[in-house]
Design a binder for this molecule. Structure first.
Ligand SMILES: Cc1cc2nc3c(=O)[nH]c(=O)nc-3n(C[C@H](O)[C@H](O)[C@H](O)COP(=O)(O)OP(=O)(O)OC[C@H]3O[C@@H](n4cnc5c(N)ncnc54)[C@H](O)[C@@H]3O)c2cc1C
Length: 401
């Protein structure tokens, strides 16, 4: 039997490791388009961008581990299509690898502003992107960032720490409201502003002109900003072209069920590229966070081995900004009540999102332990008294009963 994994990122690496740990002893081929083997992306906007961790520390699969475990890692190898009839995975160079089972783990790429590119324009998805951007983060530089999402905010944090001045343009009235709601989005806006970032909301980039000394950004409101670099941090697009060319069901990501199965037998998908049916959410969702890539990569591996394990845990993600640890778990969609334990203004709190009294999600700053317990409350569909959730003297674990 041969398992072919398309995409050598977080998801692909975890899937390969899980297959071996679960005792699968036959052939694994891991195909990646990048020149590098699998590496962690979260440090690219944090420690690696700041230059405080070495390149080797990002690696996810040691070449010696691949050799010892007979994982055929092929880098610089772009897949164009899967012939779903016989699961032949076709490569851009004309070769093909036939798999009995195929996992699509092609991740995503940075979304771009139409027509905006150039030497001083940056996107952040790869090690090379981070290394190029790092050179622009120096004392006295003015860095303009389009987008106050997690990556834009983390780059702002790293840039401020490097001594740069930062302007962030965010088209929405409140940053991150789509992910964590407007009240917690305002808290995140506060983190940026307190750090001296010039955050301008309801402002979008209209045009960008590169000059010899820098970049000129004109906003839709007509403001002109001069900077040394522009970072476009406006989200990502799923790399679902291979799936589309293979005639799999695709809708802003590869559609999969709770067992990571695509519309073609024997073809699975997981990670940033997958729009998966998530039973607790009751709908298909695409999640662009590393815990999802890890947990779903593991789930896909087990399902490829015929275990029929549903992927249904609450989603979870973290961010690090301005010396704070931000964490979110669950699904805030449709929630009608927000209960805080601790004062959000103190930047040491956890907020619970309730829907009809049931805990559905939580967001915390510097309270990771509470988010771990919140995940248990979400899984248990607990409906504690809001007053007990807010009361610091009540142990959250006791609310699980
Ligand atoms: C700068 C940055 C910071 C982040 N910080 C955080 C964070 O703090 N917290 C958090 O939870 N998440 C964070 N993330 C998100 C996290 O890194 C992603 O969710 C995770 O990398 C997704 O893994 P993946 O393997 O699904 O996709 P990817 O990491 O995108 O890997 C997919 C791989 O597939 C390859 N590929 C694509 N198409 C083909 C093809 N046709 N043939 C062969 N190979 C192909 C790509 O080149 C890539 O190497 C961050 C992401 C970035 C970019």
């Amino acid at each position: 039997m041969t398992i072919v994994i398309v995409g050598a990122g977080q998801t692909g690496a975890v899937a390969a490791r899980t297959l071996r740990r679960r005792g699968y002893a036959e052939r694994i081929v891991l195909l990646g388009a990048e020149a590098d083997g699998p590496y962690q992306r979260p440090p690219l906007s944090k420690e690696y961008l700041a230059g405080t961790v070495e390149r080797a520390e990002l690696d996810l699969l040691d070449p010696s581990w691949c050799a010892e475990n007979a994982v055929e890692l092929r880098t610089g190898c772009r897949v164009v299509r899967i012939r779903t009839g016989d699961r032949a995975v076709e490569l851009a160079d004309g070769a093909s690898v036939v798999g009995d089972v195929v996992l699509l783990a092609t991740g995503g790429r940075a979304r771009r502003l139409p027509g905006v590119s150039g030497e001083r324009v940056h996107h952040l998805r790869t090690v090379a992107d981070a290394e190029r951007l790092r050179a622009s983060l120096r004392p006295g530089a003015h860095v303009i960032i389009a987008g106050a999402g997690f990556i834009g905010s983390e780059v702002a944090s790293t840039a401020v720490a490097a001594g740069a001045s930062v302007t962030v343009l965010e088209q929405a009235p409140v940053p991150l409201a789509h992910a964590i709601g407007p009240r917690m989005g305002e808290v995140c806006a506060g983190l940026l502003r307190e750090a001296g970032v010039d955050l301008r909301t309801s402002e979008r980039v209209a045009s960008v002109t590169e000059r010899s000394g820098g970049v000129e950004v004109r906003t839709a409101a007509g403001t002109v900003l001069a900077g040394d670099a522009l970072v476009v941090g406006i989200g990502m697009l799923p790399n679902d072209e291979v799936a589309a060319a293979s005639r799999l069901d695709v809708s802003d990501g590869v559609l999969v069920d709770e067992h990571c199965r695509t519309s073609a037998p024997g073809v699975f998908a997981a990670g940033d590229v997958a729009r998966h049916y998530h039973p607790p959410s009751g709908r298909h969702v695409r999640v662009e966070h590393v815990d999802n890539a890890t947990a779903q990569g593991m789930a896909a591996a087990k399902n490829m081995l015929g275990k029929a394990v549903p992927y249904d845990a609450p989603h979870w993600f973290y961010s690090e900004q301005f010396g704070h640890d931000l964490q979110f778990a669950g699904d805030a969609e449709g929630c009608d009540e927000l209960v805080s334990r601790g004062d959000p203004a103190s930047r040491d709190f956890v907020a619970f999102y309730l829907r009809k009294g049931v805990v559905r999600a939580a967001f915390a700053i510097d309270r990771g332990g509470d988010v771990a317990l919140a995940r248990a409350l979400i899984t248990a569909q607990a409906a504690p008294e809001p007053a007990a959730l807010a009361d610091e003297s009540v142990d959250l674990a006791d609310l699980l009963d």
